[in-house]
Design a protein around this ligand. Structure first.
Ligand code: COA
Length: 335
């Protein structure tokens, strides 16, 4: 049977570090509040006027992943790009990545599953590989949140959390391997779509409302999050989807060598760690440095785990995510 193996991981983070104290001058917030409620100490925000875009950061992360995998861009036969902050409303960021990397005319698919985007994208890659359709798939998660946040006190409940960044993996078909993606598990519950949302621009509330100047106080162009409600659902679904993955593979929580959850809030990650009774060395968190980078958070954390020697061959890696939609997902991987 064909296995999907992650053979290369890459990341890219913009240089510009924004500390909690930097935010104190923009809005009514404090370093203490942000650290206590979220664990975040700083995040990266692309500098205003920078040439960086979501697809360009994804391109840099992809180049890092290609180097790590020791394969050429010409070996890639499909692109899956997860983001909620695309360069353009349309076309998607996958085709821009294909253009940036100067790859031949392969397929490029965009995934719109927000914080669960990377695992959804990985799942798509896994299925294409297991079906025999493709051999090397580039999976990217990249976000520039900073340009779309309400950086006034009105938006403080959301804007302090989000950061910019990109991560990428190369998934390869391998017939003679014991390692690879064991399973992925995807869920959604659209009845809560409006609990974490950017409402506009949309096809029934188009950008012309801003241009004609009538809508300047309209906050629907900024992310809205019902924080407490999202938090309560997140802790429930994270645990559920991790247990689903373990049960499906006849494994137990003791078998997890490393857990990487989507970095939404350190309190959420700690809560799950406690519920699963995992020691600190079995969980990797970096939200302190980067905030919530949505579709990019898991591949960035995966890259750092590898750089810090947290994963070795044969380890069981568990990935889990929850976010807007609501959507949630997990992946179990034998490294
Ligand atoms: N600085 C200072 N005070 C702030 C603040 C900020 N940046 N943001 C909100 N507050 C205030 C609120 O106005 C509120 O004040 P009040 O009590 O006077 O009304 C108080 O802090 C508590 O707000 P609350 O929203 O209840 O805080 P919280 O403990 O729930 O933390 C989140 C807020 C957003 C950090 C938390 O709810 C969260 O992490 N939610 C889930 C995020 C998530 O998982 N997202 C999914 C993937 S994206």
């Amino acid at each position: 049977m064909i296995k999907s193996e992650i053979i290369g991981v890459g990341y890219y983070l913009p240089d510009n570090v924004v500390s909690n104290s930097d935010l104190e001058s923009k809005m009514d917030t404090s370093d203490d509040w942000i650290k206590e409620r979220t664990g975040i100490e700083e995040r990266r925000w692309v500098k205003s006027g920078s040439k960086l875009t979501t697809s360009l950061m994804g391109t840099y992360a992809a180049q890092d992943a290609l180097l790590n995998a020791k394969i050429s861009k010409d070996d890639i036969d499909f692109i899956v790009f997860a983001t909620l902050s695309p360069d353009y409303y349309f076309p998607g960021s996958g085709v821009l990545l294909q253009r940036n990397l100067k790859i031949k005319e392969i397929g490029a698919l965009d995934i719109r599953n927000q914080c669960s985007g990377f695992i959804y994208a990985l799942s798509v890659a896994d299925q294409y590989i297991k079906s025999g359709m493709y051999k090397n798939i580039l999976v990217v998660g990249s976000e520039i949140h900073s340009g779309g946040l309400d950086k006034t006190s009105r938006g403080r409940g959301v804007s302090v959390i989000f950061g910019d960044g990109a991560g990428a993996v190369i998934v390869q078909a391998n017939k003679n391997s014991n390692s690879g993606i064991l399973s992925t598990h995807l869920h959604s519950e659209g009845k809560y779509a409006e609990e974490l949302i950017v409402k506009n621009p949309s096809t029934n509330h188009w950008i012309d409302k801003i241009i004609d100047g009538k809508d300047q106080d309209d906050s629907s162009y900024f992310p809205y999050m019902n924080g407490n409600f999202v938090f309560k659902n997140a802790v429930l679904r994270f645990e559920e989807v991790i247990m689903e993955a373990l049960n499906y593979n006849n494994l137990t929580k003791e078998d997890i060598s490393l857990l990487i959850t989507h970095q939404a809030n350190l309190r959420i990650s700690k809560f799950i760690q406690n519920r699963l009774k995992l020691s600190n060395d079995k969980v990797y968190n970096n939200i302190m440095k980067y905030g919530n980078t949505t579709a990019a958070s898991i591949p960035i954390a995966l890259k750092e785990s590898l750089l810090n020697n947290k994963l070795k061959k044969g380890d069981i890696l568990c990935l889990a995510a929850f976010g807007s939609g609501f959507t949630w997902a997990s992946a179990l991987i034998k490294w």
